[in-house]
Design a protein around this ligand. Structure first.
Ligand SMILES: Nc1ncnc2c1ncn2[C@@H]1O[C@H](COP(=O)(O)OS(=O)(=O)O)[C@@H](OP(=O)(O)O)[C@H]1O
Ligand SMILES: Nc1ncnc2c1ncn2[C@@H]1O[C@H](COP(=O)(O)OP(=O)(O)O)[C@@H](O)[C@H]1O
Length: 581
C-alpha cells in the first residue's frame, strides 16, 4: 500500500462513516499558515501522549462524528448511556483534561493552541465548556470499576488532570511520525486505497500483540466466512503497559503478511490510545473501523481486556464485548464477526476453532506467558506456533540467557566489602570473556557523575538513581554493569531494579558484614571520624541503612574469602544461563 495523501478524492462505495459524514477537522491548506501563526499568540496546552493520540484521530475523522473534545452535555450522556447528547451512539469519553491553573487562565469563548511535546501547534480548540468531571463516577460507569489495577482507571484517576475542556477543533497539521509513515493511513487515505483497488467488503482485525499462525488462520477464516478482504489494523498508539513495543510488532506483522494470499490482506496502523475498556472499547473500535471503511469487524474472546483485578478476577466476562457489540451492530452499521480462539490440532497438523475440536484431537497451544518464558530461556518456539521470521524478530528484541545485559548491585555499609567483591567479580569475568563491563563504584561515581552531591536523603537517592539509570542503559545495550554504592534506601533500590529490569537482569547482592567488622576494618579512617562527630550523617553510625528484604544473594565478608564469594556470584549467573564460560 502506498501513501496517498495527495491523491484526488474518489467516490467510494464503502461502508459510510459513523453519523454519515467523515468529519475531517483540518482547515483548508490555504488557511493553515495563518492559523499556525495565530496559534503562537494563544494560550498553549502541551498534549499528553493519550491526548495526542486522541487529537490525531479526531482531526483525521477516525472519531467521526466528533468534532472536538466532549463538552459536559455530551460527556455526561456518553458516560451514562454510551450516547452523545444528540443520541448518536458513542461509548468512550474523549476529553481534554487540563490543570486547574491552566483552566483558570482561559474562558468559554477562548481559543487554545494544542501543541505536541516539542511545542509544535497542531490544532486550535474553540473552548465551549470548562468543567470538573466526577472521575470516580466516570471510572465506575465507563470501566465498571474504580480499581486502579485497571490501566484505564489508573490513567483516569492517577494521571489525568482535574478539569476538562470541551470544544471544537480546527486542525493545523497531524502529529509527526517518522516510523512506518507509509503504513499510517488516515480514514480518507485508506478509503481511497480501497476504492482504487476495488475492495468493498472489508473485515478489520484489531490487535495489540504480535501475530502468530493462530491469528493468521483466524483472520483468513473470518474473511472467507463473510467473503471479505482483510484489513489488519494494529494499535500503535498506546496499548497495555508491558505489551511488546509497536516497532517490534510492526516488523512481525510485515513478516506475517508475506504468508497471506496476495491481495487478500493489507496492513495499516492505528495511532489509538487504548483504554482497555473491554465491552465499551469494543464498540468504540467497531465505530472507528467503520470510519476507515470496514464493513465487518472481528471480535474475539476478551476484546480489549485489561486482565485481572486486585483479587485476581477478570474485570470483564470474556464474551461481554461480543454481546454488547451484537446489541449495537445494527445501529452502528458494521457486522461483527465473533470468533472463537483458534487452536492447533497436532494430530491433523491444522488449526481449528476451539468449538470445532474433535474428541480425538491432540490440541496444542502456547499462551502469551509461555511464549515470553520461552523467549526468556531461549527454549524452542515451534514452527506450528509461529513463523521462523517472527521468532527471529522477537528473539532479537528479547535476547535470551547470556545475550542479556546484567546489572549487579552490591549494597551494604561502608567497609562491608562492596568494592573488593566487585573488583574480584570483574577480574573473574574478564578472565572468561571480553564482554564489556562498567564499574559504577560509590566513591568513584561521586567524583564525576554525582559530583557535588552530599549525603542527605535526597542526595543519596539522586546519586543511587543516577547509577541505576546508567546501569539500565548499559543493560539495554547488552553489557554488564557492576554497581557498588551503599544504596541505603529500599525505595531507591527498588527504583533501580525497575529501571534495569525493563531491559535485562538485575541481581541485588546484600553485603551484610556487621558494622563492628566494618568499623574495625576502618579502611579509610571514616568510622573513627564519624564516631568523633566529625562526619555527620554517616551510614550505620548516624544515618540509616535499610536492610534489603529479598536480595538475590547475601554475603557476610567477615570470614569468607573475596575470591570464593566472587565465584559464588558467577555460579549464580551461570546456573541461570546468564553467563557462559
Ligand atoms: N556520611 C557518609 N555516609 C556514608 N559514606 C560516606 C559519608 N561521607 C563520606 N562517605 C564515603 O562515601 C562513600 C559512600 O558513597 P555512596 O555514593 O556509596 O553512598 S550512597 O549510596 O549515596 O549512600 C563511602 O564509601 P564506601 O566505603 O566505599 O562505601 C564513604 O567512603
Ligand atoms: N571476604 C571479603 N570480601 C570483601 N572485603 C573483604 C573481605 N575480607 C576482608 N575484606 C576487606 O574489607 C575491606 C572492605 O572494603 P571495601 O571493599 O572498600 O568496602 P566497601 O566498598 O563496602 O566500602 C577491605 O579492606 C577488604 O580487603
Amino acid at each position: 500500500m502506498t501513501h496517498t495523501a495527495l491523491a484526488p478524492q474518489l467516490v467510494d462505495t464503502l461502508n459510510a462513516p459513523h453519523g454519515g459524514v467523515l468529519k475531517e477537522l483540518y482547515v483548508p491548506a490555504a488557511e493553515r499558515a495563518a492559523l499556525k501563526q495565530r496559534s503562537a499568540t494563544l494560550p498553549g496546552w502541551d498534549l499528553s501522549i493519550r491526548q495526542l493520540c486522541d487529537l490525531e484521530l479526531l482531526l483525521n475523522g477516525a472519531f467521526s462524528p466528533l468534532e472536538g473534545f466532549l463538552t459536559r452535555r455530551d460527556y455526561d450522556r456518553v458516560v451514562q448511556e454510551l450516547r452523545l447528547a444528540d443520541g448518536t451512539l458513542w461509548p468512550m469519553p474523549i476529553t481534554l483534561d487540563v490543570s486547574e491553573a491552566f483552566a483558570a487562565s482561559i474562558q468559554v469563548g477562548a481559543e487554545i493552541a494544542l501543541r505536541d511535546s516539542q511545542g509544535v501547534p497542531l490544532a486550535v480548540l474553540d473552548v465551549q465548556d470548562i468543567y470538573f468531571p466526577d472521575k470516580l463516577r466516570e471510572a465506575r460507569e465507563v470501566f465498571g470499576t474504580t480499581d486502579t489495577t485497571h490501566p484505564g482507571v489508573a490513567d483516569l484517576l492517577e494521571r489525568s488532570h482535574p478539569v476538562y475542556v470541551g470544544g471544537t477543533l480546527r486542525g493545523i497539521q497531524p502529529p509527526q511520525h517518522y516510523d512506518f509513515a507509509e503504513l499510517r493511513q488516515s480514514p480518507r487515505e485508506l478509503r481511497d486505497w480501497f476504492a482504487r483497488n476495488g475492495w468493498e467488503t472489508i473485515v478489520a482485525f484489531q490487535t495489540r500483540n504480535p501475530m502468530h499462525r493462530a491469528h493468521r488462520e483466524l483472520t483468513l477464516r473470518a474473511a472467507e466466512q463473510v467473503g471479505a478482504r482483510l484489513l489488519i489494523q494494529p494499535v500503535v498508539g498506546r496499548t497495555k503497559p508491558g505489551d511488546v513495543d509497536h516497532y517490534t510488532r510492526v516488523r512481525c506483522y510485515h513478516a506475517l503478511l508475506k504468508h497471506y494470499p496476495r491481495n487478500e490482506a493489507t496492513l495499516s496502523l492505528l495511532p489509538l490510545a487504548m483504554r482497555m475498556g473491554g465491552p465499551r472499547e469494543a464498540v468504540w473500535h467497531a465505530i472507528i473501523r467503520k470510519n476507515y471503511g470496514a464493513s465487518h469487524f472481528i471480535v474475539g474472546r476478551d476484546h480489549a481486556g485489561p486482565g485481572n483485578d486486585r483479587d485476581g478476577k477478570p474485570f470483564y466476562d470474556p464474551f461481554a464485548a461480543q454481546e454488547l457489540l451484537a446489541r449495537h451492530q445494527q445501529e452502528i452499521g458494521i457486522r461483527i464477526v465473533p470468533f472463537p480462539a483458534m487452536v492447533y490440532a497436532a494430530n491433523r497438523d491444522t488449526y481449528v476453532p476451539s468449538n470445532e475440536v474433535r474428541p480425538d484431537d491432540v490440541v496444542k497451544d502456547i499462551s502469551g506467558t509461555e511464549l515470553r518464558r520461552r523467549l526468556q530461556t531461549g527454549e524452542d518456539i515451534p514452527e506450528w506456533f509461529t513463523f521462523p521470521e517472527v521468532v527471529d524478530i522477537l528473539r532479537e528484541r528479547y535476547p535470551a540467557g547470556a545475550k542479556k545485559g546484567v546489572a549487579l548491585l552490591f549494597t551494604g555499609l561502608s567497609g562491608s566489602g562492596k568494592s573488593t567483591l566487585a573488583e574480584a567479580v570483574i577480574a573473574k569475568l574478564l578472565e572468561r570473556s571480553s564482554r564489556p563491563i562498567t564499574l559504577l563504584d560509590g566513591d568513584e561515581v561521586r567524583k564525576h557523575l554525582s559530583k557535588g552531591l552530599g549525603f542527605s536523603r535526597e542526595d543519596r537517592a539522586a546519586n543511587v538513581t543516577r547509577i541505576g539509570w546508567v546501569a539500565s542503559e548499559i543493560v539495554k545495550h547488552g553489557g554488564i554493569a557492576i554497581c557498588a554504592p551503599i544504596a541505603p534506601y529500599a525505595d531507591t533500590r527498588a527504583e533501580i531494579r525497575r529501571l534495569v529490569e525493563q531491559h535485562g537482569i538485575f541481581v541485588e547482592i546484600y553485603v551484610s558484614t556487621p558494622i563492628d567488622v566494618c568499623e574495625s576494618r576502618d579502611r579509610k579512617g571514616l568510622y573513627a571520624q564519624a564516631r568523633a562527630g566529625k562526619i555527620p550523617q554517616f551510614t550505620g553510625v548516624s544515618d540509616p541503612y535499610e536492610v534489603p528484604a529479598n536480595p538475590e544473594l547475601s554475603f557476610d565478608t567477615s570470614t569468607a574469602d573475596a575470591g570464593a564469594l566472587a565465584n559464588q556470584i558467577l555460579a549464580h549467573l551461570r546456573n541461570r544461563g546468564w553467563l557462559v564460560d
